[in-house]
Design a protein. Structure first.
Length: 428
């Protein structure tokens, strides 16, 4: 893994190089996805069936799994997996319940009433990949905050296995998370079905969940027809480490993100040259025992780097500029620096808080902004599944007091009909 010294230029050139990974979608992919979207919009379930056969190779005998049927899948999975999933659910719920907002109302002495009504979206669709990229943990991360927000119905779409059956681990997670219905379909066609609705699949208000480039492109194209969580890019980890860090930990954590995708980025910033060299050697040592070693190797060669910084201030300045999805502070006093981190999706403090802890178990959401968007986007949360409406009540007397100023503002903007709406009341 490449080791360089920070000089105020080369490390920032790295940021620009990483940005190019999340560039414009290839025109041919956009064209294919647009065609699929239009096909489902026009053809409904029949088009969805045709695309399922074309892309998944089989049409499931049973395409809809109702809520009461999901519990049976809990008996099909490994008991240790089921317990781990249940414990993770409890942690995720405990974290997200603290995000819940309440409606409020205030009454002033002059009789004016104002407030805000908070309620969950009516229906949300969760996309869950199948096959080798099946992530039961994502079911929990997407469904739990939606449930807490008060979403009335949560439906899930997921591709069928090669034999036409659902992935039992995903179904078990759906049962624990309280999913209302599951439809066995995937790809851009499933996203289009959620956005427009078909004869069987109801139209949703928001689509969340990870997917391949076709799924991501479909979500991007359909934003506006339906709300989405975010346009996710390749996974990222940035580790800031001092001389107290264990190189074997650092190497393992860098590779934990590199195994996601050849386009994933894994970067280490350290104030210790000896830690930098030892981490590079640890990567070589640990890599041979990992199943996805070829993906990891490609990711680290193309988008990985170890940068030796002069001090922690320089490292943190770079971290804020990069705005990574995951940021680990593997330093002696991590709490000392948390207040300096302005841009990061999720922050992991200390040598015993590795990134996979957040991916699966601790409680904070693992659906995080990528590609530097942590500068202005936040992780998926209960807020992602609510809508707010404000309300106003004025008495005749209070409107009369404010009337002339409202008229002045409206006339200044050239909106005389707005001004007239106030005038006709002042004349009564």
């Amino acid at each position: 893994m490449k080791i360089t010294k920070a000089n105020g230029k080369s490390e920032y050139a790295l940021i620009e190089a990483l940005k190019k990974r999340s560039g414009e979608t290839a025109p041919e992919i956009t064209e294919i996805v647009s065609s699929i979207i239009q096909g489902v919009k026009d053809g409904g379930d029949e088009a969805l069936r045709e695309y399922t056969v074309r892309f998944d190779g089989i049409l499931p005998k049973k395409t809809v799994i109702e809520k009461e049927e999901l519990a049976a899948y809990l008996d099909e999975v490994d008991e240790n997996f089921k317990k781990a999933l249940t414990d993770a659910y409890e942690n995720i719920y405990d974290f997200h319940i603290r995000q819940a907002q309440q409606s409020w109302l205030t009454t002033k002495e002059n009789g004016v009433i104002m407030g805000q009504r908070v309620r969950g979206l009516h229906r949300v669709g969760i996309y869950v990949p199948g096959g080798t990229a099946a992530y039961p943990s994502s079911v929990l991360m997407n469904a739990v905050p939606a449930k807490i927000a008060g979403v009335k119905e949560i439906i899930m779409v997921t591709p069928p296995s090669k034999d036409g059956t659902p992935n039992p681990n995903i179904m078990a997670a759906a049962a624990i998370a309280g999913i209302d219905r599951v439809f066995l379909c995937g790809g851009a066609q499933a996203v289009a079905a959620l956005a427009y609705g078909t004869e069987k699949i109801p139209k949703v208000d928001k689509i969340v969940g990870p997917g391949n480039i076709f799924v991501t492109t479909a979500k991007k194209l359909l934003y506006g027809v339906v709300d989405i969580d975010m346009v996710a890019g390749p996974s990222e980890i940035l580790i800031v480490a001092d001389k107290s860090a264990d190189p074997s930990f650092l190497a393992a954590d860098l590779m934990s993100q590199a195994e996601h995708d050849k386009m994933a980025s894994a970067i280490l910033l350290t104030t210790s040259e000896s830690v930098a060299r030892a981490t590079s050697k640890e990567i070589e040592k640990q890599l041979t025992g990992l199943e996805r070693w070829n993906i990891i190797e490609s990711s680290l060669n193309d988008f990985g780097e170890i940068i030796v910084c002069e001090n922690m201030e320089q490292a943190i300045e770079f971290a804020n500029a990069l705005a990574p999805e995951h940021l680990e502070l593997c330093v002696d006093e991590p709490l000392k620096y948390i207040g300096m981190i302005d841009n990061a999706g999720s922050v992991f403090l200390g040598n015993w808080s590795p990134e996979p802890l957040g991916d699966y178990f601790a409680g904070p959401n693992h659906v995080l902004p990528t590609g530097g968007t942590a500068r202005f986007f936040s992780p998926l949360s209960v807020d992602s599944f609510i809508k707010k409406s404000s309300f106003i009540y004025y008495t005749k007397e209070e409107l009369e007091k404010a009337g002339e100023e409202i008229i002045t503002l409206a006339n200044t903007e050239g909106l005389t009909a707005h001004a007239n709406s106030i005038k006709v009341r002042l004349e009564k």
